[in-house]
Design a protein around this ligand. Structure first.
Ligand SMILES: [Zn+2]
Length: 649
């Protein structure tokens, strides 16, 4: 019998089978709760495995709905969502389960291993962060707050969307669209009263196009002003949201919302986040000023906020732009995949072997992963774009490494999905370098899941990994796609066989690092603003003062007073990133730091790479990433590594 599940979805009977499964689960939960002497083995483990098996049943549907989307998959998927949500919500609020976990923790803490203790800790924390352990009155208030918060977040997005859609700028003089790429001109073009006109909006592609290529400064300012002054009514919503979040945090026993947010993250406390961000800021500022000077030289008057994208683009064209078409022949899809496997083999001594298996599409392939000649996991690749596939790229885990109720080892499996150009018998799929980076990124997530040695599924592979550390393994691997030693393993011209030159690789790195210090400053502005905002309660005016204060440090061009960026900061007011925006940079530092350790040792003789496999990848979510990182490097992460990766001196 195969170690891996067959990939099957019975769409016709899915809902019926789902309901049967959930009924059985609910019965089982009632039975488990009746056990007199609950232990990890007779209570926690069966609950955990129940969730694992539910995932095995549900994942094929969500996967098929994303990669072979049809009206039928959509219908079954959207019918199943409320059923699953109701089940999980009930489970996450079942106070009897919480009490049982607490008792088992008190009885067995010393007898359990660190993986089992971590399972208990995380589950108990989940219950407590939602207030399940509090008195009824507090619980009721928390629920009110949650409902109000999601209403406000929803209004925030809706206001932003309405304001975005309400605006258009019509340009009648052809001269004002000169210099824009042909495709953008075509998108903007329309006929009215026998005249050709051009319409620009605040939708992302259209807005960016004019700000980047539009040479008429007056029009740029007009569009910019419309963009940064959208949804003024969101100012009051921010005020209300901040007050509610502060109350929520205090009811749950935290000093402020920032502390609540950090409770389940790798970063230890407010001070460490602020110090981290400020260090990066102090070290990037000088170079950002140099970069601005270089851009400024192309303009005849002092740059304003609505000029920087335009002149940056001019500079990029002049000095740093790479021609994708020149690179594509070096990145033929099949050689990239084989090369990536060779690279992983040389780095970690792991092996991928293609297997013959019928999958959901003839372009999808599967591989068995071997470690020291022993079968370890299965990887599914589905890399080419097609109409029925959702856009973008992602990794999705299917089975998780663990020991089941009988103590039998279950192996892991995962999907990596991308949208690369389709190949045909006559035409190979030629990738952009960015696509190669994307593939490495998703593979970083995949091997994090597949190489786990953890026996408890809830903290195995990518399960249980802290939010601000999840991107560490993916960014770590992605960084190698710029290393000459790695690229030269596979980047050869598909017709001539010629290997990519050092000069071409250098250009890729320079282009990646173009204006990197300025970009760093902008990200730090967002991160500092988000984080400090969630340390207290602020009125609309105070929010503005806080932003102005931060900009004293981060904005080299002072934005005009009408810039109300905060009213459009949907990431944190409507996207779940509250007091968490810093996570982007946080994970980047971990990955850059580990990368240079490997590079400086010589990539393919690196001891750190082997340790990374044995500590970080094999440990999954069984310890905090902070602990793993210290075990790996014998020290905390060094922000200087990120500066080095971004070419900031
Ligand atoms: Zn990722």
């Amino acid at each position: 019998m195969s170690e891996f599940l067959k990939f099957e979805v019975d769409l016709d009977n899915f809902i019926k089978n789902l309901n049967t499964k959930l009924d059985a689960n609910n019965e089982e939960i009632t039975k488990l709760l009746k056990i007199e002497n609950k232990t990890y083995t007779n209570f926690v483990k069966p609950l955990q495995m129940m969730e694992e098996y539910l995932g095995h049943f549900f994942t094929p549907l969500s996967h098929i709905n994303s990669v072979n989307n049809t009206e039928e998959t959509q219908k079954v998927y959207s019918d199943s969502l409320p059923i699953i949500t109701e089940y999980s919500t009930k489970l996450s609020q079942n106070i009897d389960i919480y009490k049982a976990y607490k008792e088992i923790q008190a009885d067995e803490k010393d007898a359990l291993n660190h993986e089992q203790n971590r399972v208990l800790e995380l589950n108990i924390q989940n219950f407590e962060l939602s207030g399940a352990n509090l008195d009824e009155k507090t619980k009721a208030r928390l629920q009110e707050i949650n409902i109000k918060e999601s209403e406000l977040s929803n209004n925030f997005s809706q206001n932003l969307l309405d304001a975005t859609n309400a605006y258009e700028k019509i340009i009648e003089d052809e001269k004002d669209v000169e210099g824009l790429p042909q495709s953008e001109v075509q998108n903007a073009k329309f006929e009215e009263d026998g005249k050709t006109k051009y319409k620009f909006t605040l939708q992302m592609p259209s807005y960016i196009a004019y700000m980047t290529y539009g040479k008429n400064q007056t029009i740029r300012e007009e569009i910019y002003k419309a963009y940064v002054s959208r949804a003024p009514q969101n100012g009051k919503i921010i005020e209300e949201l901040l007050a509610l979040k502060d109350e929520e945090a205090k009811l749950l026993g935290f000093k402020n919302y920032a502390s609540l947010s950090l409770a389940s993250k790798m970063a230890e406390d407010e001070q460490s986040v602020l110090k981290f961000l400020n260090d990066l800021l102090q070290n990037s500022k000088a170079q950002a000023k140099e970069e601005l000077k270089e851009v400024q030289e192309l303009a005849d008057k002092p740059l304003q906020s609505f000029d920087s994208a335009y002149y940056s683009e001019l500079l990029k064209k002049k000095k740093y732009e790479i021609d994708e078409e020149e690179y594509r022949p070096y990145f033929e899809q099949k050689s990239v995949i084989d090369g990536m496997f060779t690279f992983l083999n040389k780095l970690f001594h792991i092996e991928f072997k293609k297997i013959d298996e019928k999958l959901w599409d003839e372009k999808a392939t599967s591989y068995d992963l071997y470690v020291a000649n022993k079968l370890k996991a299965r990887l599914y690749l589905d890399l080419e774009a097609r109409e029925s596939k959702r856009g973008g790229a992602w990794m999705h885990n299917f089975q998780t490494h663990c020991k089941d109720l009988e103590g039998k080892e279950q192996l892991a499996s995962a999907f990596v999905v991308c949208n690369f150009p389709a190949s045909s018998d006559n035409n190979p799929s030629l990738l952009r370098h960015d696509d190669v980076v994307t593939l490495f990124h998703e593979m970083g997530h995949a091997i994090h899941h597949l190489l786990s040695d953890v026996d408890e599924n809830e903290v195995s592979g990518v399960n249980g990994v802290e939010w601000d550390a999840v991107e560490f393994p993916s960014q770590f691997l992605e960084n190698f796609a710029y290393e000459p030693e790695v690229l030269k393993l596979f980047a050869s011209h598909y017709k001539t066989g010629e290997i990519i030159s050092d000069e071409m690789i250098q250009k890729l790195v320079k282009s990646k690092n173009f204006l990197s210090a300025s970009a760093m400053l902008r990200q730090l502005e967002f991160s500092l603003f988000d984080f400090k905002l969630h340390t207290g309660v602020f009125t609309e005016d105070e929010v503005q003062s806080l932003l102005d204060e931060i900009r004293e440090q981060t904005a080299l061009i002072k934005p005009p007073a009408y810039n109300k960026f905060q009213n459009g900061f949907a990431h944190i007011f409507a996207g779940g990133y509250s007091a968490g925006y810093y996570s982007y940079k946080w994970a980047e530092v971990l990955s850059a730091d580990a990368l240079f350790s490997v590079v400086d040792e010589g990539i393919f003789d690196s001891k750190t790479a082997q340790d990374y496999l044995n500590i970080v990848l094999s440990g999954g979510g069984s310890k905090s990433m902070g602990t793993f990182f210290k075990e790996l490097m014998q020290r905390d992460a060094n922000p200087k590594s990120l500066l080095r990766l971004n070419g900031i001196k």
